[in-house]
Design a protein around this ligand. Sequence first.
Ligand code: SAH
Ligand code: SF4
Length: 365
Amino acid sequence: MSQTERTNLLDFDRAGLEAFFADRGEKGFRASQVLQWVHRHGVTDFEQMTNLSQKLRTALADEAEFTPPRVISTQVSTDGTRKWLLDVGAGNGVETVYIPEGERGTLCVSSQVGCSLTCSFCATGRQGFNRNLSSGEILIQLWHAQHELMRETGRDRPITNVVFMGMGEPLLNFDNLVSAIDLMLDDLTYGLSKWRVTVSTSGVVPYIDRLRERRQVALAVSLHAPEESLRDKLMPINQKYPLSELMAACHRYVDADRRHSITFEYTMLAGINDSPEQARALARLLGDLPCKLNLIPFNPFPGAPYECSDPATISRFSRILRDRGYVTTTRKTRGDDIAAACGQLAGQVDDRSRRVARWQGEQSA
Ligand code: SAH
Ligand code: SF4
């Protein structure tokens, strides 16, 4: 059988792998054994999977494979942040960023090639949308980063946290997101705690509810404005799911398990959303919802129509919220020298909707 006809088992979640073995008359525990080899130990060569029979190893080598993605580029920042651009075929690449902080190692993963939501302050949104990543393509980002770092540093499981804050809107790729998360939390693979996997959303309300019902993990919500009309302008999704509905969904999420506390992300845009009155309006909006606030200094990208608020404005904004009892942090910008910060991920996106060309046309009109 030729290389191209083999089944790539990285695309299978646990249920898929169990079905694959069942079809071949093998017991379900083979799936656990193989998942452990691949994800826990980074072994993708069936010959090295010594607890499988020789007959099974040979059969697998014949018809299946684990094909890791091609790495288009690796960049390492002076602060230790790393950014990988992984080839997902047809001229498209997605970015994954590793951010070390003492004992903690956070991986920021992408969920889509590009993004369809066109938030005006985001480089990914500017690039347009090509397609959803499969669950395997989401998971492989963790697989790649974990095993490369393990090899280099000798540390076991250097990645302790995963945040879905890379390219794309994770809740618009719901089924693949949940399958990938299931394996991230599996004790035999990465064994991450559900509190250490954070899904960041621009506020796709029906899917916040589905996530609550299907797989509760930490939730981060991109707010960026305390009132509807400004949010409508910054984030077109607000026209479909307004703040009032979004906040109600956040309350439902937290009510499902009182250990939840939602993180609200708020990108600081000079003269747009950073006034003391807007900070007070934000506090009124949040009310008694268990939450934390994360202020993100705006990260510029070529052609961006905004500037970042100055540090004094950010600390004034932060103080108003802290004085009202909200835990408020300002995100340190990491990986500055390699454009790895929030909203700067651009990967390689062949925009199927041709949005970029249209946008450039509008700018020059
Ligand atoms: N689509 C999801 C997750 C990816 S974006 C979401 O929107 O939540 C991750 C975070 O980066 C979001 O909070 C987003 O609003 C923020 N962000 C986007 N562009 C940014 C920029 N240029 N500067 C700072 N933060 C930005
Ligand atoms: Fe998409 Fe999030 Fe960027 Fe908005 S901020 S365009 S939802 S990736």
